[in-house]
Design a protein around this ligand. Structure first.
Ligand SMILES: Cc1cc2nc3c(=O)[nH]c(=O)nc-3n(C[C@H](O)[C@H](O)[C@H](O)COP(=O)(O)OP(=O)(O)OC[C@H]3O[C@@H](n4cnc5c(N)ncnc54)[C@H](O)[C@@H]3O)c2cc1C
Length: 461
């Protein structure tokens, strides 16, 4: 980086309403930390914006001073793209305001909100939009890459529920993107990541839900995993779209409904949510209890916001993480053998492999209707390497890569951009799929000099 002159920073401070953090400031150390502790970057300055005008000032400042620019939403991206070395980080964590219009079933929310912020605002009115499964994740990064969770089989990807976005472009202009205004930009934002500008406000469609939802976990021993997985595949193929069931394979955490001797043993868990009247869901989930001999279950009606936070304790920030992922259009028996083999040699107690069931409403839009292209994906698998000690880096990363390679023959070939690690530059085209060339066209129009490049980049050149 060219040495930033103090006078330049003073110039920015003069007009900036938020907080500007330099390496000499006390708050800088915690501000540069993100969810994945393997990321250790040192920006020259972190600017905590308080409004869209602050974002405009920061974008102009970075561009005019030739600085590398990163944008932090919720700071959860596994590749660490919320941070950069030497450059400027636009930190949106102070911009979380939400406004719900219950009559129109719409919410607008600022670009630094977490899923917890959005769910809290919408559930106050018995409404929701599909989001991910960990409440501390940022709405912005999740949405811009596609976004899926418990409600996706019924209501689609998060981007399928996006109505409009307020965007600060590389030129420092504030534009509104929707089906009618800047439709090319609106198309690109729905899956093209943070390549096109800083989204300062999202507007989503909402659906009636809860607040009480039938949800929970049913846990089986790993010895029954193959049979459970086979029955799961058949069950889900016929299940209504209101019912979402994911499988998680890992060592059993010390959950109170599991006996102590099960803790730390490999298990397969069925995690479920019924997005409808719990009374109608009860009989539908009954077969899930007869896939084998459950070690325990914790299923019942609970507030949707609680279920949205159920996995937070296993996904706290600050651990070391490495992911690999595949999409699947079907789950084959051979894949089950491979996954069980690798669960029986977990390199750390926190590593896990999950199959997130999407399908349903996510498959109905045409692949070119939005930048998110993978409408054939019925399942997204994530291999989650997670550990505490840097001395375990090599072992845990190797395990994730080996399993990824061993499971590749069964995958559909697509990739979810939000699950790509920093070393997967070779999969970026796969992640954007057949929409890549059109994304390049939009990138050339809105960010020809690639100011927004600290991401899974679409290179305008
Ligand atoms: C524990 C955990 C659970 C997850 N579960 C799910 C899940 O269930 N479903 C799912 O779909 N995904 C899930 N994800 C993946 C998640 O969608 C991505 O990690 C996503 O990038 C996180 O968004 P963020 O805003 O927190 O990240 P950040 O790291 O802040 O940002 C991610 C990217 O988006 C850009 N960006 C951020 N904010 C903006 C903005 N306002 N405008 C423009 N660009 C911006 C950044 O520059 C960066 O390139 C999960 C991730 C974690 C860590």
């Amino acid at each position: 980086m060219t040495q930033l002159q103090a006078t330049k920073i003073d110039e920015l401070k003069g007009s900036f309403k938020g907080e500007i953090l330099l390496p000499s400031d006390d708050a800088y150390e915690s501000a540069r930390k993100i969810w994945n502790a393997t990321i250790d970057k040192h920006p020259a300055l972190i600017v905590r914006c308080s409004s869209t005008s602050d974002v405009v000032r920061a974008v102009n400042f970075a561009r005019d001073n030739g600085l590398v620019l990163a944008v932090r939403g919720g700071g959860h991206n596994i590749a660490g793209s919320a941070m950069c070395d030497d450059g400027l980080v636009i930190d949106l964590s102070k911009m979380k305001a939400a406004k719900v219009d219950p009559g129109a079933r719409r919410v607008t929310i600022e670009g630094g909100a977490t899923l917890a912020d959005l769910d809290a605002a919408t559930q106050a009115h018995g409404l929701a939009t599909p989001l991910g499964i960990n409440s501390t994740t940022g709405v912005a990064g999740l949405t811009l890459g596609g976004g899926f969770g418990w409600l996706s089989r019924k209501y689609g990807m998060t981007v399928d529920n996006l109505e409009s976005a307020e965007v600060v472009t590389a030129a420092g202009e504030v534009v509104r993107a929707s089906a009618k205004e800047h439709p090319d930009l609106f198309w690109a934002l729905r899956g093209g990541g943070g390549n096109f500008g800083v989204v300062t406000r999202f507007e989503f469609r909402l659906h009636p839900l809860g607040p009480g939802v039938l949800s929970g976990l049913i846990v089986y021993p790993i010895a029954e995993a193959k049979s459970v997985l086979r029955q799961y595949r058949e069950f889900l193929a016929k299940a209504p779209e209101e019912l979402s069931v994911w499988t998680v394979l890992r060592q059993a955490p010390p959950l109170p409904f599991l006996s102590e001797e099960v803790h730390g043993k490999p298990i397969i868990a069925l995690a479920l949510l019924y997005a409808g009247d719990p009374k109608q869901g009860e009989p539908l989930i009954e077969p899930l209890r007869r896939f084998g001999t459950p070690l325990g279950e914790h299923v019942g009606v609970q507030p949707y916001v609680n279920w949205q936070q159920a996995f937070d304790p296993l996904l706290t920030p600050g651990a070391r993480n490495y992911w690999k992922s595949h999409n699947f259009s079907t789950l084959k028996d051979g894949l089950f053998d491979v996954v069980i083999e690798y669960i029986n040699k977990l390199p750390s107690p926190q590593c896990e492999i999950f199959f997130g069931a999407i399908g349903g409403a996510t498959t109905r839009p045409a692949p070119d209707s939005a930048a998110y292209a993978h409408r054939d994906a019925q399942f997204v698998m994530n291999v989650h390497g997670r550990w505490e000690d840097p001395a375990d880096d090599e072992r845990c990363i190797r395990w994730a890569r080996d399993y990824f390679n061993a499971s590749a023959p069964f995958a559909s070939g697509g990739a979810y951009v939000n699950f790509l690690t920093a070393d997967e530059g070779d999969r970026v085209r796969t992640a954007y799929g057949p929409n890549y060339d059109r994304l390049v066209q939009v990138k050339r129009k809105y960010d020809p000099n690639n100011l927004f490049r600290t991401n899974q980049n679409i290179n305008p050149a």
